[in-house]
Design a protein around this ligand. Sequence first.
Ligand code: GLU
Length: 921
Amino acid sequence: MRRLAAPVLVLAFIGVAIADIKIGGLLEAGEDIVEMAFNSAVERINTHGLAEPGERYTPTSDRLLTRVEHIERSDSFQASRKVCTLLEEGVAAVFGPQSTDASFAVRSACETLDVPHIETHWDYRSRTTNHSLNLYPHPSALGKAYLDFIKYKDWKNFAILYEENDALVRLQEILKDATLMKENRVTVRQFEPGTEYRKTLKDIGKTGIKNIVLDVPIKSLYTVLKHAQQVDMMSEYHNYFITSLDAHTIDTEDFQYGGTNISAFRLIDFSSKEIDEVARDWIQRRHRFSSKKSSSVQSFNTGDQDFYKNLTTKVALMYDAVRLFATALKDLHPDTGPKITVQPLSCEREHKWSQGNAFVKYMRMINIKGLTGNIRFNKDGHRTDMRLTVLDMAHSGWREAGEWTMLGGINITTNYTRELEEARLSLLNKTLVVTTILQPPYVMYKEKWRELGLTGNDKYEGYCIDLLDSIASSEHFINNMKYVIREVADHSYGGRDADGRWNGMIGELLNGKADLAVADLTITYVREEAVDFTMPFMTLGISILYKKTAKPPPGLFSFLDPLSLEVWIYMMTAFLGVSLFLFVLARFSPYEWVNPHPCEGNPEELDNQFTIWNTLWFTIGCLMQQGCDVTPRALSTRVAAGMWWFFTLIMVSSYTANLAAFLTVERLVSPIESVEDLAKQTTIQYGCLRSGSTQSFFKDSQFPTYAKMWHVMQSQRPTVFAESNQKGIDRVLRGKYAYLMESTSIEYNIERNCDLTQIGSLLDNKGYGIATPPGSPYRTMLSQAILRLQENGDLHVLKERWWKKQRITKKCPKDIINKGTSAMTVASVGGVFIVLLVGSCVAVISAIIEFIWRAKKIVPEERDPLCVELCRELKFTLTCGSKKPLARPRSDENLAIAATDNGMPFMPITGFGLHNKNTFS
Ligand code: GLU
């Protein structure tokens, strides 16, 4: 290289158009691969031109020559000396170095002499100058990408763990975000100096934070992750986001199988066309290199896979930087265009390169595709149109999960099938810890488990145990899900204390003590915010468990029960009313008056069988369904009697039917019939389970009745909250206490204890589900298994088994509590009374018609006007006598009427013109 440099220098110095352009590289110790990338980029350009793979070869007009100077890491003094050496040799651009301080020194020298300085490292001090260009994404753009990712993940809380102070600048977009900081969701901790990361990680673990943003140099990343694993901070519920763009280069073997969610960004575009050719080229170079400098290629010495593993961002950026430079050079130096002339410059003299500024400006304007994606700059010289690949740790190592672009933000392409497969695989060598609570019939000890020496999972049985077993053996798990059952330490389902900390099974899930909570655990909104639930496997609601009211002794007058008192009174009134009505009607109707001695052709008086006593006897006889020897003769009385018979038919049938029900049904009169009754009274206390969802239901309810009940429950001393359902039930059995319990448990208990009953309907509707820590990978599989069991009817079979068959010592006699059987009210029999009334009206009309009909047949000379006759007859009717004297002498015509009228031989002849000659028979 040095041999080639001399003629170029001479040509450049005399201002002649040159064919070879020299570029300088300042590389720090340990950057052999960067150097290789630098050289290989130049060689490829010289041999293949700038054509992309598949494109036609277009040779560049100039040959590029490299001039590399090595410096110690972060040695700015050495850097400033070496850059002068390079400039004196007449380089067209200076590439590197990588460390911020050294680069700063180089930038100053280049700025003075207007030589392009091309940087490829993260630099928070990067500012706009006319002669420099940084291919590394600008800190604010990267910060935005980090923030977008955190927001996409929607972590409720997370910790930022960092090693170097630069991290705070890198993550300032997150730290500045008002919403994240306001809700106190971020904990920031710096690792203590040195390589001991365990303590800080452990401290974070103790706080329960499971989401971590990790900002450590790539060389420490493996150790930090390893330490996290050692302090139990690498479970499947932990999420790590690594800010380094080189996370893909670490050895992931140890972290692939734990199921921990590790994500990172990668700037290098592994799908770029060029990358495979570069890989091939570098692997060939490796062989050449290894023979010369065996030590320098230690980290890049095995197969293709290693090429990708060793391709760090700075290596790719160096390669892209050279290509960018070459593209600009080619564009500015076409055969017809202006010639680029490079000349040696001295740091001592302030003689600048006249074309430097224009060259950098042009580089900012062009757009190329490189190993790090699309390379384009904004007017400030910062990379724009940038794309980062989102990586996720899977069983097979890193996998691409989405991308982040400056315009589109984060876009994760979730592949559920792949995620499910990952979760399934991670279960292969894992035994899940299942937390549960003893609660019949969900989880119980087997009878005689002690005598039988049963331990572990074997000592439990119940609905939830069978459910767990069915899920574990379902096809959703490879080789059956392995689990160990542990009873929850504090015997609680899960509630939040005043500090917002969860206890019970929910607490155990959150503290990492359990992987699943399988019990009669209710899915509630607040719990769902803290943990994840599967699909519900049972639905239920809150109801009231109460002691059955003792059966009242059979009453002496129970026969009166089928009809309400009101109806009885109406019946009596109807009986008296109809009797009186019939009596009056019979007296008024001319056809009810008969000759008492039929053999005697011309009687003195007529007889009426419907005396007041006979009428009462008639109506009571009909009512009792016994009949009577008094029978109506006239149409009107027959209509009235018919209506009464119809009335009695309906009433007696209704009474009989209702009586049958009353005799067979035990009517338990409970002092409370509903939750409203409970809320209204003060003699019966009521309560529910402590720290359960029922308690939360009342505590959080805005509904006035329930809010009032919560108030009352809270104020009661001693407490009305039971420590377990069994204690609540015992208290119910002691009396004067109602226990608000979940309907499925009520159902189970009333099936086994005949003294218990459910009062009222359900207060709400909810379900039991299996809970998992937030973000658990197993939730989908569990839900799928539950759905399958539900569709197969297996859940129904399980319910029948544990509710209706298992552990039933005696069967409670079925209470035929037909709550609908109650005394009949007027509302149900009112119609019959109306029919009776209408019938009576019809009878009255018939009586009047009968009267008029009969009157019309009498010879007009022998009768008074019709109204006079009517009034007279009415007057007589009301005198109550059952004999009616015949005062009017009969004409032959009248006698003839009497003989033919109605065709009824027994029909009496009315005595028109009869005057107050009444006698009672
Ligand atoms: N199933 C309830 C829970 O998950 C416990 C019983 C209750 O509160 O009534 O909290």
